[in-house]
Design a protein around this ligand. Sequence first.
Ligand code: F1P
Length: 350
Amino acid sequence: MRGQHTWSEIQSQPEVWEAALERASEAGRHAAQRWPLVDFSEALFVGCGSTHYLSLSAAALCHRLTGLRSRGLPSSEVFLFPEYSLPAPGASPLLVAVSRSGETTETLLALRAFRERFPGPALTVGNYPESALVRQCDAALVVPEGREESVAQTRSFTSMLLSLQVYLGLAAGNGTYVESLRALPGAARTVLERDSEPLQQLGGDGRFETIIFLGSGPFYGIACEGMLKMKEMSLSHSEAYHFLEFRHGPKSIVTQRTLIAALLSDGAREQELRVLQEMRQLGATVLLVADEVPDATDAYDVVAYLGSGLPEAARLPLCLLPLQLLAYGRALAKGLDPDRPAHLDSVVVL
Ligand code: F1P
């Protein structure tokens, strides 16, 4: 059956997240105790493709939860342009190398470039316990249950993200935040049971020729990952922007054949809803991914209701489920096999 691996990987996320919560509370506590974050000048999160996008959201979370200056970068920028991307000599950064496989050459080279300049520790987050990155880093958060047959990352991404959330909450000494993450698997079960069918149908709607993903703050990396899933699985034209950035030029491409998947934040929702109202007036169809349904009914056409009651910093992995289902449904509707994206291998080894 086309897409059978991707399907079971998407649907198994509640169980995989439970495993991630257990594993990360052990390994994350160890890392948090060993390296108090006050000892670092900044945190650098690096990865490639999906794990680069994960790094963007993780850096935003790290900054929010711990107050530590944090950046997310593509691994290649670190070893190709160290003088532009790495801090000045004498700084004491923490490196967090994110990689499903732990074998991506660019991320290994970023680690090497970091090691050549700084004494600071490197932490890796991934899904393969025996990987090169796990061997070469000082500590690892690994969730083997998140491994996949498919090339496109789904449960690997969300399990790595959740592991980092646990670690960052522990490093920040924020027990309430860490505890709140326990609500995620149950909320995911509800979303998957209720919305898998309608979201696949929406993704498969042949009316749409461009799919735009909007997300700001910690949601920007998630919006980018939604865009990448749409490209990889369904070979469709997709783009990702911060909400208000979309007004500054990109909105020129909006037509009646544009679907906008919008990740509504807590802090900026009024401004975000205004962008969506404007885009609907230009003809776009809006899928709102929201934890609560807003009163502004003229800002959306369809809601992917998350209903977790969790604040934005906690509910990030949940927001990805509708985006994965959208891409999956579109791939099947186009007669493609989401398990086998065109031209891609699961690891880029240079
Ligand atoms: C990263 C990655 C994937 C992408 C593609 C190539 O791999 O870029 O995100 O889907 O298959 O590899 P990794 O470093 O996270 O293993």
